[in-house]
Design a protein around this ligand. Structure first.
Ligand SMILES: [Ca+2]
Ligand SMILES: [Ca+2]
Length: 304
């Protein structure tokens, strides 16, 4: 199956679809009106409208705080403890959990099943999404499409950019399993705030409250591990390749994802996504090839 066919199939599964930059022309022609407008607002190419015509309503859309890390570079790799309230890295204890479709979740897609036991050694995760300011400090540029917001998560980065950034901090991208374990924070509900999406307003920026843009990190309530914006704001690149049926054959111990694939995973949903796409088990195969960029997709790092 061609990768783009696979993505189209995934799109069919999702209430609002998932569209990413497979080919520039295809992406922008497929884009939902709202996403299209976001680009327009950002001063992105007027010429796209000329090239593609009006956004296609039928095609659905992209499904798509204080920077706790302002002093992050200095403690990267050295914080052996749990990290204080202000720590850049948060210690995530090892343990076992059920990865995939939550017991009371009726919105799960096929790729979230079967739920299966996963065991992970301890690791560290960044308390927040990587901010524009932090990215600028470390890499020397800020590729973000949302301007004038240094405390907002960096976006418009490829998977390769994300990987390179984390490695520059002495870390790496989290595996998909680490991401979900960290996001759940010991919970077994669809969202880490419960099974009712009404709880999301307290913890996440997403379509109903996101106002079509990213927001400074750590303004909403953190999860049980003290991680902010695991759901919403920007979705986050993870290490793994995407395979729809991977959960049927995933090893139980520290799974690393399929050995190869066409698209990389992103997790957590974003500022413009519906509640369904912020579920802890939700898998977006629409992260796209690792050269894809979007103003939905940013970075969170892990390390051993
Ligand atoms: Ca996020
Ligand atoms: Ca999916």
């Amino acid at each position: 199956m061609e990768p783009f066919d696979a993505l189209s199939k995934i799109n069919d599964n999702h209430p609002k679809g998932e569209t990413y930059t497979m080919e520039v022309g295809k992406m922008f022609c497929d884009i939902e009106k709202k996403f299209f407008l976001a680009f327009m607002i950002l001063g992105m190419p007027l010429l796209l409208s000329l090239a593609c015509g009006p956004a296609d309503k039928e095609n659905g859309s992209n499904d798509g705080g204080t920077d706790a890390g302002s002093d992050a570079a200095s403690d990267s790799g050295t914080d052996g403890g749990d990290g204080g309230q202000d720590g850049f890295w948060v210690h995530i204890p090892g343990g076992s959990f059920q990865m995939g479709c939550s017991p009371a979740d009726n919105a799960c897609q096929d790729d979230e099943k079967p739920a299966h036991a996963v065991n992970l050694p301890s690791f560290y995760m960044t308390r927040t999404e990587i901010t524009q300011q932090k990215y600028q400090e470390v890499i020397g540029t800020n590729p973000s499409l949302f301007p004038n917001c240094p405390e907002c998560p960096v976006e418009n980065v490829t998977w390769d950019d994300a990987k390179a950034f984390c490695e520059a901090l002495g870390g790496r991208l989290p595996t998909e399993a680490e991401w979900e374990f960290a996001a759940r924070g010991g919970t077994t509900t669809a969202y880490y705030c419960g099974d009712d999406p009404a709880c999301l307003d307290n913890v996440a920026w997403y379509d109903p409250n996101g106002e079509m843009k990213t927001h400074p990190v750590a303004q909403k309530q953190p999860n049980a591990y003290g991680l902010f914006d695991m759901l919403g704001n920007d979705e986050e690149w993870v290490q793994d390749w995407y395979a729809k049926d991977y959960y049927g054959s995933s090893p139980g111990d520290d799974p690393q994802g399929p050995s190869t694939g066409d698209t990389r995973m992103v997790r957590g949903g974003a500022w413009g996504y519906p509640a369904d796409a912020l579920r802890a088990s939700y898998r977006s195969g629409g992260g796209g090839p690792q050269t894809t960029t979007s103003n939905y997709t940013g970075i969170r790092c892990a390390r051993d």
